[in-house]
Structure formats: structure tokens, C-alpha cells
Design a binder for this molecule. Structure first.
Ligand code: NAP
Ligand code: ZN
Length: 347
């Protein structure tokens, strides 16, 4: 007997989300069932259901920032018990055998990651995400949510938190690093807080000055509005590391000019457009251009524990299900402070 639960889903590309019911599988021996308390709205949900990342099978119930409580465990589950706090991020399974999986970087699994929604398990089960009452997932892809972080503030850490933590950790950002975070939305506001907690000196590069006071509150030493082209002259060759979280097209060359010799620009923002750049922007100062995809399961747990230790989490606006479509438009307009999370009691 499978379980039917309430969810919100897009019936087709670009169509508004609406209530549906979805089916969750019976627990396998290594599965846990989580009653979802809150689910974050990531800009990736919007890119996906609006068809900006290619064709998908609909309906899609998005959501890969999931926090809640374990309500049932399979017969062989060892790491979770009923009543535990648990989270699920962007992945629900991987091959477990390839080099990336062996390295604990399941997000780069070459055998095939199973994403939390709009993805297919090897047995044909199509995944549906966190805008729903419950999710069933193997214990290996569930995370422990520290007691000190409320569910609504923890949910966005499962994607926005780890996506910004991962490159900062990978490139060894810490005391002495001069970091710029481009775009202060869901990812950006976590990137600022985490980079600051790691000991870096952080500057926010935002379109306008509207979020300046928040940048300082999140630990940045400076906030500059990129609408003013003088910023690109004044900050030329200032940073060791740039984290680009922008969801839309930007001129990469302008930003590369802000890097010092040997500086690195890591792109996590994923607009559908091609972003042109000249290699000259890299060559003259031996700069690097890179990308980074979420983070592995062990790294996600390290990030959650790091956030708890440093007293940081996502700043959220809690919404009800019937506000999801309006929230999508606000996210696209850079009008979210700083993550919408859905109260799943309202689904
Ligand atoms: P978000 O909350 O919408 O934040 C994006 C920010 O980018 C906005 O708040 C805005 O910041 C800035 N921005 C938006 N449009 C812009 C424009 N036309 N020009 C310049 N800046 C602009 O989105 P998010 O949830 O943080 O996600 C950001 C991107 O990362 C999305 O493309 C998403 O799909 C991607 N993503 C990637 C990964 C990964 O693993 N690589 C994981 C999650 C998400 P200001 O108001 O400060 O200008
Ligand atoms: Zn996401």
C-alpha cells in the first residue's frame, strides 16, 4: 500500500502551480518517511517548472529544501528514529559506486544522480519534491537538522546553504580571503553569512543599494550597487574569490576584472542563457573561471553543523501554499527577503 499525500505542482511548463495529490512509495528497509514542516522555494524550482532548463515530465511538484520530522523508519534503518529532525536536499539517491560517489561527492555521480524532483529512479519511479506533506527517502540521503535551527530557517540550508558553502570550502576560503558575492537572494544571503563566518572579508555586489543594510547585518564589510558602472573601475583587481549567484544573464568579463592575480570566479547561478566572455579576461592575471553544483551529503551535514555552531541560518518569509505563484514572480523580480518557505500545513 502506497501513501497518497497532498502537494502543489505545475501541470505543464510555465503553468501556475495548483494542488494535487501524489503517491509516496512504501518504505524499503533503508527508507525513512519524513513529515515535511517547511519547504523552501529555490530559483531552480522556477527555472525547472517554467521549462527554462529543458523538457520535463509533468506534473512537477518542486521543492528540494525540505525540513521536517521522521514519522516512520524501515526495518534496517540505523541512523534515524521516529521523532528525529531530518532534512532532504537536491538529491535522493546516486549510484553509490562511481569515483564521485566514493569521494562523497554524490552530486557529480556519473552513474546517475536521482534528483529530488523531475527525475527518475532506476526502477522508473518519478520523483516529486518537497512542496508536499511527506517524502520517503533512503536514510543515506537524509540529513540531521541541528536542534538550534528552527525548521523554517533550516529548510533553505539544504540547497542555498550547501551550494554556497561547498565552493567556499573547496577553494579554502578563510581569514585573509577577500570575497565578493554577486546577487543577494536566497543563495547570496547564505554565501555572505557563511563566507563571513569562515573569516573572509566579504563585499556584496547587488544591482541596487536596496539591500545594503542587510548586507552589513549578514557580515559584509561593503555593499556596492552594480547599476553604477564606476563600481567596476573602483573595485578592479580587488578580490581573491567571486561567488556568482545571479539567476540571470550578466557580463562575466566585467566581474572577472574585479579579480586579483590568481583569483577565482565560481558560478553557481544557472541562467539558461549562454554567458559570453573573452579568454583575455583570464589570461592577463592567471584568473580561473569555475562552476560548482550543490554539495555532497557529508558536506551538507558539515554545513548544517557549521551554521548551528556559528548561529547562522536562512532569513525567511513563511508563506501559505496559495501564495506560491505570487512568490515565484517576486523571486524573479529579486523581491524576496531572502527565501520563501512554504508552511506545508497549508497545502
Ligand atoms: P534568487 O533568490 O532569485 O537570487 C538571485 C539574485 O540574483 C537576486 O536576488 C538578485 O540579487 C540577482 N539578480 C537577479 N536578476 C539579476 C539580473 N538581471 N542582473 C543582476 N543580478 C540579478 O535565486 P537563488 O535561489 O539564490 O538562485 C540563484 C541561481 O542559482 C539560480 O539560477 C538557481 O537556479 C541557481 N542555483 C544553482 C545551484 C547549483 O548547485 N549550482 C543550486 C541552487 C540554485 P540582487 O537583488 O542582490 O541584485
Ligand atoms: Zn536549489
Amino acid at each position: 500500500m502506497t501513501t497518497t499525500v497532498r502537494a502543489w505542482a505545475a501541470p505543464g511548463a510555465g503553468e501556475p502551480l495548483e494542488p494535487i495529490t501524489i503517491v509516496r512509495r512504501d518504505l524499503r528497509p533503508d527508507d525513512i518517511r519524513i513529515r515535511i514542516a517547511y519547504a523552501g522555494i529555490c530559483h531552480s524550482d522556477i527555472h525547472t517548472v517554467r521549462g527554462e532548463w529543458g523538457d520535463k515530465t509533468y506534473p512537477i511538484a518542486p521543492g528540494h529544501e525540505i525540513a521536517g520530522e521522521v514519522v516512520e523508519v524501515g526495518s534496517e534503518v540505523r541512523t534515524f528514529a521516529v521523532g528525529d529532525r531530518a532534512g532532504v536536499g537536491c538529491m535522493v539517491d546516486s549510484c553509490g559506486e562511481c569515483e564521485a560517489c566514493a569521494d562523497g561527492e554524490e552530486q557529480y555521480c556519473t552513474g546517475g544522480v536521482v534528483w529530488t524532483y523531475a527525475s527518475t529512479y532506476p526502477d522508473g519511479e518519478i520523483t516529486q519534491g518537497g512542496y508536499s506533506q511527506e517524502i520517503v527517502v533512503t536514510e543515506r540521503f537524509a540529513l540531521r537538522i541541528p536542534e538550534s535551527i528552527p525548521f523554517e530557517n533550516a529548510a533553505p540550508l539544504l540547497c542555498a546553504g550547501v551550494t554556497t558553502y561547498s565552493p567556499l570550502e573547496h577553494w579554502g576560503i578563510g581569514p585573509g580571503s577577500k570575497v565578493a558575492v554577486v546577487g543577494m537572494g536566497g543563495l547570496g544571503h547564505m554565501g555572505v553569512q557563511i563566507a563571513h563566518a569562515l573569516g573572509a572579508e566579504v563585499t556584496v555586489l547587488s544591482q541596487t543599494d536596496r539591500k545594503a543594510a542587510d548586507s552589513k547585518r549578514f557580515g559584509a564589510v561593503a555593499h556596492r550597487a552594480t547599476a553604477d558602472p564606476a563600481v567596476f573601475r573602483e573595485l578592479a583587481e580587488s578580490f581573491d574569490f567571486i561567488l556568482n549567484t545571479v539567476s540571470a544573464e550578466i557580463n562575466l568579463g566585467d566581474y572577472l576584472g574585479l579579480l586579483r592575480r590568481n583569483g577565482v570566479m565560481v558560478n553557481v547561478g544557472m541562467p539558461s542563457e549562454h554567458l559570453p566572455m573573452k579568454v583575455q579576461s583570464l589570461i592577463g592575471r592567471r584568473r580561473s573561471m569555475a562552476g560548482s553544483n550543490i554539495g555532497g551529503i557529508a558536506q551538507t551535514q558539515r554545513m548544517l553543523d557549521f551554521c548551528a555552531e556559528h548561529g547562522i541560518a536562512a532569513e525567511v518569509e513563511v508563506i501559505s501554499a496559495d501564495q506560491i505563484n505570487e512568490a515565484y514572480d517576486r523571486v524573479v523580480n529579486s523581491d524576496v527577503r531572502y527565501r520563501f518557505v512554504i508552511d506545508t500545513d497549508t497545502l
